[in-house]
Design a protein around this ligand. Structure first.
Ligand code: NI
Length: 502
């Protein structure tokens, strides 16, 4: 290629990335507003959602995966989501095998989080966001969406949302118009002063062609469709489909009124306004979550003074999960308190478990939102991991976390300065994530000495089975089981400092 052409091309790509980054951040703001509504958290149906988290690590290749998906107690839906998640885990394992002979500082990193939207008791919509990176690279983001009939548990395909096959032409036309309009709008704010008129023109042509190609009336272009509570159609476009890769996944909303004449009768009957039933009226009047002092401080006034007593702290990471309530039963029966380092992505949906933790006097702290290795994130991404988790906790229990336990205990100097709060690690690691063996876990946890912080994971039933005997063993040694806050209460804790204690 001739050099001037290469320069023009490079320039085009940079401008394209900047413009689409702007577009993306606009659409991202809209998304965020929608995803943290009180409605989502208060939804009655939500109470039955439990979180399954699969975690795998490979020390040889420095690879990690943390895969979460919901379990509704509805066999067909649960099986479908479990299958997709298991496939993702298999992809991770294959990636690890592929890396086996290569020396890398960060191997494969696979993370899955999910979002649920319940619509008028009739639809259950689940999106699984799968992030995968190998060898410390930027990685790929993929969104998989599933719409289920809440009663029959049947999956509703994109085509079944509409009355006939003409829907692809309609979606093509509507989405192309909207994306082109958004693009034109973004041009107004773009500074082209550094580019030649030809470069500007080529950039515009290139972008428009991407939009046109990506919105051709093909089923593959419109395979990721969902609905929101208002009946608007949400179209998710893959990375590189309608914009440069820097924009990531592009989301477009088509208001209900614009698309309803194409929807199937089943979908329209869900969104047609009808008189609210008495039950619905009542639920509207239901008071919002109070922000009074949390149950944690209300119910639990007796703090143990660890300057005077022999204390140890049991801590649990990666929950809440499908197993956490059983752990809470055991702790309640034993009259012991623990500290839960929870994931925002799971706390958001298993809200009843988080409330129960607070009411029963346990400490709730942050283990980030997605369980990414923080050493691979920049300052903004770390801040987002912390803020999103705290916002969820504040909504559920009325308080934010004060400590952070970094995923995998992975810390670097920049992580320490970016988190701006004390980092809590551990002094006893039973390796319960590796050895799913209750007897081994009992043995290892019971070696704890005065002042120990004991690590555990409430995503494994093998760990939870161990806790009753562990509590008995520790008490036989004369120890009191306390929260991390109690254990460290006499200390002057500093932001960015690591505490393992003992
Ligand atoms: Ni963890």
């Amino acid at each position: 290629m001739r050099r001037p052409f290469v320069i023009v091309l490079a320039l085009l790509l940079i401008i394209a990335a900047v413009v689409w980054q702007t577009l993306k951040s606009q659409s991202h703001d809209q998304e965020e507003k929608g995803s943290y509504t009180e409605e989502t958290l208060n939804n009655e149906t939500n109470q039955s959602v439990k979180v399954v988290t699969l975690e795998e690590r490979d020390e040889k290749t420095n690879s990690v995966s943390n895969i979460s998906y919901p379990k509704f107690g509805q066999d067909k839906i649960d099986a479908r989501l479990a299958l997709i998640s298991d496939d993702f885990l298999t992809r991770y394992k294959n990636a690890v095998t592929g890396l086996a002979d290569i020396q890398v500082s960060y191997g494969a990193d696979y993370v899955q989080k999910f979002e649920i939207t319940f619509i008028k008791d009739q639809l259950t919509i689940v999106s699984l966001e799968q992030y995968a990176s190998e060898g410390g690279g930027t990685g790929t983001d993929e969104l998989k969406t599933f719409i289920f009939n809440s009663h029959t548990q049947e999956e509703i395909t994109p085509a079944q949302l509409f009355k006939d096959e003409k829907y692809l032409d309609v979606l093509s036309k509507l989405s192309r118009e909207k994306l082109l309009a958004n693009f034109e709008k973004s041009l107004v704010d773009t500074d082209f002063s550094d580019s030649t008129p030809t470069a500007k023109e080529e950039f515009i042509d290139f972008s428009k062609k991407m939009i046109t190609d990506g919105t051709e009336p093909l089923a593959t272009n419109f395979s990721s469709l969902t609905l929101n509570e208002q009946g608007s159609l949400i179209i998710h476009f893959d990375k590189y489909q309608v914009a440069p890769g820097a924009s990531g996944l592009v989301t477009l909303e088509i208001p209900y009124q614009e698309i309803s004449s194409n929807f199937s009768d089943f979908i329209n009957q869900i969104f047609t306004p009808k008189q609210p039933t008495n039950k619905e009226k009542e639920s509207v009047k239901k008071p919002r979550l109070s922000h009074e002092p949390s149950a944690q401080t209300k119910d639990d006034t007796s703090k143990t003074d660890c300057q005077k007593h022999a204390c140890v702290a049991l801590t649990f990471d990666d929950g809440p999960s499908i197993h956490t309530d059983k752990l809470l039963d055991i702790l309640k029966e034993k009259g012991a308190h623990a500290t839960f380092f929870v994931l925002g992505k799971s706390a958001k949906y298993q809200t009843q478990t988080i409330k129960r933790m607070a009411q029963e006097g346990h400490e709730i702290e942050s283990h980030t939102f997605r369980h990414r290795d923080l050493r691979k994130l920049n300052q903004d991404e770390i801040a987002t991991e912390l803020r999103e988790t705290d916002e969820i906790l504040e909504k559920i229990i009325g308080r934010r976390s004060q400590f952070l336990r970094p995923p995998y205990g992975a810390v670097s100097d920049s992580v320490k300065s970016d988190v701006k709060r004390p980092l809590i690690l551990w002094s006893v690691d039973p390796l319960d994530w590796k050895d799913r063996n209750t007897d081994l876990i009992i043995e290892r946890m019971s070696t704890a000495k005065v002042g120990a912080i004991i690590l555990g994971h409430d995503i494994y039933d093998t760990t939870i089975e161990a806790i009753g005997p562990v509590i008995d063993n520790l008490r036989k040694k004369g120890y009191q089981l306390v929260t991390v806050e109690e254990l460290l209460s006499g200390h002057d804790l500093k932001a960015g400092q690591i505490y393992r204690h003992q």
